[in-house]
Design a protein around this ligand. Structure first.
Ligand SMILES: *[C@@H]1O[C@H](CO)[C@@H](O)[C@H](O)[C@H]1NC(C)=O
Length: 332
């Protein structure tokens, strides 16, 4: 407790200096449980959760607002401040609901430290090494279909093979109610695959380099887009994003993606945080969500969600910014 207390104090007063891990670190679920069993903390958390009920856009009267701010300020000196969640963890949604209680826009001014919902993943690092080895040999082996090799590699790994079979069968199964497939079931299985299988496999499958359309078509088909991606019509991107933000998991995946894939022209990798591996990881975190991205065709490596900015009215700029995060992002 002393360690955590000290950690949060440092984190609160260190400004832009980033301290990423705490040896006694707790996720929001644990922090929430600890808080709930504390007579001082518990009512404050309850108050705060009422303040941000719904999507947090509720207009608060001046009295309620100050009550909310007091609760928030008090909670900043508990382990709740700075708590995060693990992607794919048990009760992920509950964990994220606590995270967002402290990060809702209504009380935005009080959030002192730049934050993102998910704990950094250690397991992202190996892929970066593998990818750089792969890049070096890429030009020499143009006849080899790396996407095919990745599929073979996945078949040899027990978890990869099992969860890939699971999502493929979930995504191609016809559904009596909703027609050619059961999209929610397909999405759930896709999320399980990308949350549980090590990126060594998933990233090789999804980001394999291609020089011909056969390879690129195979790569585009990885997520069974006919079920998980395409629809008859293209919805407006901002409508899609709004739906995403109403779900704690989707909202968090999107927030994480924005954080990890923030581009910078001044960095060697193109990524502001110089961590291309975690950007790719955040990208796969979006698969199976409302804003699932995929390759747009089989002749380029362009990716984006299945949506359009055509009918955006006076929100066009905002809509284009959303799409640009996929289409023109040097980090991604
Ligand atoms: C590439 O996409 C085009 C347009 O969707 C399609 O007609 C073509 O068959 C695809 N190529 C391959 C090799 O699958």
């Amino acid at each position: 407790l002393i360690c955590c207390d000290l950690f949060w104090k440092i984190k609160m007063f260190s400004g832009p200096l980033e301290i990423k891990t705490c040896l006694c670190g707790r996720d929001c679920l644990h922090a929430g449980d600890t808080c709930s069993s504390d007579d001082t903390c518990s009512p404050r958390l309850r108050t705060l959760r009422q303040c941000v009920a719904g999507d947090g856009s509720m207009k608060l009267g001046p009295g309620a607002r100050s009550q909310c701010e007091n609760a928030m300020t008090a909670l900043l000196s508990t382990p709740l401040h700075g708590c995060q969640c693990k992607r794919g963890m048990k009760r992920e949604k509950n964990c994220l609901s606590i995270y967002w209680s402290l990060h809702q826009s209504v009380l935005h001014g009080l959030s002192l430290v730049e934050s993102y919902p998910y704990e950094p993943e250690e397991r992202g690092s190996d892929y970066v090494r593998l990818a750089s080895i792969a890049a070096a040999t890429e030009s020499e082996v143009t006849t080899v279909n790396r996407c095919l090799d990745a599929a073979k590699a996945c078949n040899i790994d027990e978890t990869c093979q099992k969860l890939r079979t699971e999502y493929v069968s979930a995504c191609i199964q016809p559904s009596a109610r909703s027609g050619p497939c059961n999209r929610p079931k397909c999405n759930k299985a896709l999320r399980k695959f990308f949350d549980r299988v090590p990126p060594d496999y998933t990233h090789e499958l999804l980001f394999c380099p291609c020089t011909d359309t056969a390879c690129a078509e195979r790569r585009r088909q990885t997520i069974v887009p006919s079920c998980s991606y395409e629809e008859k019509d293209k919805p407006n991107c901002l409508v899609q994003l709004r739906d995403c933000k109403q779900d704690y998991v989707c909202r968090s995946r999107w927030a994480q993606f924005q954080y990890d894939c923030e581009a910078s022209e001044h960095s060697a990798s193109g990524c502001k945080r110089e961590n291309h591996g975690s950007c790719l990881l955040a990208y796969t975190g979006l698969i199976g969500s409302t804003i699932t991205p995929n390759y747009l065709d089989n002749s380029t490596s362009n990716v984006g969600p299945w949506c359009s900015c055509a009918a955006s009215g006076n929100h066009r700029e905002q809509c284009n910014d959303f799409l640009a995060f996929f289409h023109d992002n040097i980090c991604l």
